[in-house]
Design a protein around this ligand. Structure first.
Ligand code: ATP
Ligand code: MG
Ligand code: MG
Ligand code: MG
Length: 582
C-alpha cells in the first residue's frame, strides 16, 4: 500500500465516522510563540483544548506535517541511527473536542489498524498509564487483547507527566493518560517490548499514541476532572507505511526509496543503505518544508535550526564525495513525491531550491577546510599519541604506530621532548620507500633525532597482527632496537576527545554548528568537550557585547555588524524558544 493511499484511507475512515477533515498547519506554529515548531498534530488545536477557541466541529482528523529538530522534541540525533525517527514526518491524527472518549478512540484505532489496514492483531502490543483501569479494561474486555500484551507504564521520574503514558501540555492545564500501540517487527530485530530495559530498540515500534485529556492540572499539582474530556491521537505515517509495505525501516518505504535513489544517483553512491543517503533523504524534507513555511537560514532560532540541518546534509554529501552543491537538486524529486498532497510545496519549489543552493554554496566554501581540520583532530593516531605521551613520555622513542584504518605514512614528527615520532604505515611500496628515505636522511644528517632518541616503538593496538608484522619488518630495515607495546580499544577511550578549542574554532571560523561537529565525532566514538565549548562561546558573546557597546555610535558595514552581534548560541540539545528569541 502506497504512502498516498494510507493517508487517504486514514482520512476516509474518520470522515465516515463524522470527523471534519482539516488541512495541515504550517511547521511554524501561528498560535504559540513558546513553541519552536509544530511537533505534533495537536499543536494547531491547542486553543481549542484550552477552551479559548471554538472550531464549529467536535470531531476532526488530519495529516499534520511535523518537525522534531529543535525545542523540546528533538529527534535530529536519532536520524540515521534508528529505523523510526525522522526530523520531518507526517502525523495522522483524529480528535474529539469534548465529544467521544476512550471507548471510541481505542475501538476505532483497533478497527482501522486490523480491519482497515489488515494488520495482524497478534503483532500489536499496547500500553496504558499504570492507573488507567478504564483504558486497560477496554483493551482487555472489549477489544480482546490478551493481558500479556497490555502493559501498564508508570511514572519514570517521580512526576506523573514524566511518564511516556501521561501527557500534559504545560505545567498546568489539560492533561491525561495515554495509550500507545506498538507493532512487533519480529524477534530477528533487537529490542524489547515497551517498559522493558531494551525498549529503545527497533523491534517493537510505537505507531499510534492515543491521549485522553481528562484532567486540568492546578498550580498546586492537583488534578481536577475536565468537564468535557477530549481525545488527541497521533500516528506516524512513515512507520505505518513501513509495516504495510513489509519493510522494517521507515527509510525503506516507497517515498523514501525514491528520494534515496535520487540522492544515490546524484552522489554516485552504489550502496542504497548508506547512512548518509538516509540522512540526506530525511533532511531534504525537513529543509524544504521549513522554507515553504517561511523559515530562512540564519544564526538564530528557527533559521539556525534550518541552517544546522542543511549543513549536516551537506556534510553527509561531502562524505559521499560531493564538492559542490547537490542537495538543492533533490527538491524536484521531493516535489514529485509530495507536491500533490502539499500544493504549497509545488508552488514554491523553485524558491526552496534557490535558498538551499545559496546556503550550500556558502557552506561548501568552508566545509573542505573544516573537514580537514576535523579529520586531523580526529585521526586514529591522535588518541594513541595522547596515551603514549602520557604513559611513556616520548623522548626515548621513535614512534611507529599503526592504526585501525590501515597503515599510514604521515611522515616524521617531533614531539615536545624532541623525539621523533614516525607515524608509519605505508600501504604501498612507494610510501614505504618514502619512509625509509626520510628516516635514513634523519639518521645521516643527525637532524631531528632528539638527544634521547633510542628506539622505535611499535604500538600493538586494536589493529591486525599482519599490520604489526609489516611495521616490524619495516623497522628491521634500520639498525634501531624495537619495542612492542599493546594498547587496547578500552585503553584508548579516555583519549578519544575533541578539545573545546577545536570545536569552537570550527564553529567560529568554518561555520560548523556544534551539533554537526558532535555528530562527526559520535560516528567514530569521540566525545566533545561541550562545557568547554560553552565557556568559549560565552567569552565570545562577552567580547561581542563589549564591541557593540564601544561601536554603537559608529557606522559599521552591515556585514560586520552582523558578525559582531552577539550570536545566540542555542545549545547542543536545548533549543528552546525561550533561549532563542524567535
Ligand atoms: P518514539 O518513542 O518512537 O520516539 P514518541 O513517543 O516520541 O515516539 P509521540 O510523541 O507519541 O512519539 O508521537 C506520536 C506518533 O508520531 C508516534 O507514535 C510515532 O508513530 C510518530 N513519531 C514520533 N516521532 C517521530 C519521528 N521522529 N519520526 C517519525 N515518526 C515519529
Ligand atoms: Mg520520541
Ligand atoms: Mg514513545
Ligand atoms: Mg509516544
Amino acid at each position: 500500500m502506497k504512502t498516498a493511499d494510507i493517508r487517504a484511507r486514514f482520512l476516509d475512515f474518520f470522515r465516515d465516522r463524522g470527523h471534519t477533515i482539516v488541512p495541515s498547519a504550517p511547521l511554524v506554529p501561528g498560535n504559540d510563540p513558546t513553541l519552536m515548531f509544530t511537533n505534533s498534530g495537536m499543536v494547531q488545536f491547542k486553543n481549542v483544548f484550552l477552551g479559548s477557541e471554538k472550531p464549529g466541529y467536535v470531531r476532526a482528523a488530519d495529516v499534520q506535517r511535523c518537525l522534531r529538530a529543535g525545542g523540546k522534541h528533538n529527534d535530529l540525533d536519532s536520524v540515521g541511527y534508528t529505523a523510526r525517527h525522522h526530523t520531518f514526518f507526517e502525523m495522522l491524527g483524529n480528535w474529539s473536542f469534548g465529544d467521544y472518549f476512550k471507548r471510541e478512540a481505542i475501538g476505532w484505532a483497533w478497527e482501522l489498524l486490523t480491519k482497515g489496514f489488515g494488520l495482524p492483531g497478534e503483532r500489536l502490543t499496547v500500553t496504558v498509564y499504570e492507573t488507567d483501569d478504564e483504558a486497560y479494561g477496554i483493551w482487555k474486555d472489549e477489544i480482546g487483547v490478551p493481558a500479556e500484551r497490555i502493559i501498564r507504564i508508570g511514572d519514570n521520574k517521580g512526576a506523573p507527566y514524566a511518564s511516556d503514558n501521561f501527557w500534559q501540555m504545560a505545567d498546568t492545564g489539560p492533561c491525561g493518560p495515554s495509550s500507545e500501540i506498538f507493532y512487533d517487527h519480529g524477534s530477528h530485530i533487537p529490542g524489547g517490548p515497551p517498559g522493558s530495559p531494551d525498549e529503545d530498540g527497533d523491534r517493537f515500534i510505537e505507531i499510534w499514541n492515543l491521549v485522553f485529556m481528562q484532567f486540568d492540572r492546578q498550580p498546586d499539582g492537583t488534578l481536577l476532572p475536565l468537564p468535557a474530556p477530549c481525545v488527541d491521537t497521533g500516528m506516524g505515517l512513515e512507520r505505518l507505511a513501513a509495516i504495510l509495505q513489509g519493510v522494517h525501516s521507515n527509510y525503506e518505504i516507497d517515498l523514501f526509496q525514491r528520494l534515496i535513489a535520487a540522492a544515490a544517483k546524484l552522489t554516485g553512491t552504489e550502496d542504497l543503505e548508506n547512512k548518509s543517503l538516509r540522512v540526506i533523504a530525511d533532511h531534504i524534507r525537513a529543509c524544504s518544508f521549513l522554507i515553504v513555511d517561511g523559515v530562512t537560514p540564519s544564526n538564530e532560532g528557527r533559521g539556525y535550526v534550518l541552517r544546522r540541518i542543511i549543513r549536516r546534509a551537506v556534510r553527509h554529501g561531502y562524505m559521499l564525495g560531493m564538492r559542490k552543491p547537490f542537495f538543492y537538486m533533490l527538491v524536484d524529486v521531493l516535489n514529485s513525491e509530495m507536491g500533490g498532497v502539499y500544493p504549497e510545496l509545488a508552488e514554491s519549489a523553485s524558491v526552496v531550491a534557490n535558498v538551499l543552493e545559496k546556503e550550500e554554496q556558502r557552506f561548501f566554501l568552508t566545509v573542505e577546510r573544516g573537514m580537514g581540520l576535523l579529520g586531523r583532530a580526529l585521526s586514529p593516531e591522535v588518541p594513541v599519541m595522547r596515551l603514549l605521551s602520557e604513559r611513556l613520555g616520548l623522548p626515548d622513542y621513535g614512534l611507529m604506530l599503526h592504526t585501525s584504518g590501515g597503515l599510514y605514512l604521515d611522515g616524521v614528527f617531533r614531539t615536545e621532548g624532541g623525539a621523533v615520532a614516525v607515524l608509519l604505515m605505508p600501504s604501498s611500496e612507494q610510501s614505504r620507500q618514502a619512509l625509509i628515505k626520510t628516516v635514513s636522511n634523519l639518521q645521516s644528517e643527525n637532524e631531528g633525532w632528539g638527544e634521547g632518541y633510542r628506539k622505535f616503538l611499535v604500538v600493538k593496538g586494536p589493529w591486525t597482527d599482519a599490520d604489526v608484522s609489516r611495521a616490524q619488518a619495516l623497522v628491521n630495515a634500520f639498525d634501531i632496537p624495537t619495542e612492542v607495546i599493546e594498547v587496547t580499544e578500552e585503553d584508548l577511550k579516555p583519549y578519544k576527545f575533541l578539545p573545546a578549542e577545536t570545536a569552537f574554532s570550527l564553529y567560529d571560523q568554518d561555520g560548523f554548528p556544534i551539533d554537526l561537529t558532535a555528530d562527526v565525532c559520535r560516528e567514530i566514538g569521540f566525545s566533545v568537550d561541550l562545557e568547554g565549548f560553552e565557556v568559549l562561546m560565552e567569552a565570545q558573546r562577552e567580547r561581542a557585547r563589549a564591541a557593540s557597546r564601544f561601536e554603537s555610535k559608529g557606522q559599521l558595514p552591515a556585514e560586520l555588524v552582523s558578525r559582531l552581534d552577539p550570536t545566540q548560541f542555542l545549545g547542543y540539545e536545548a533549543l528552546t524558544v525561550t533561549d532563542a528569541k524567535v
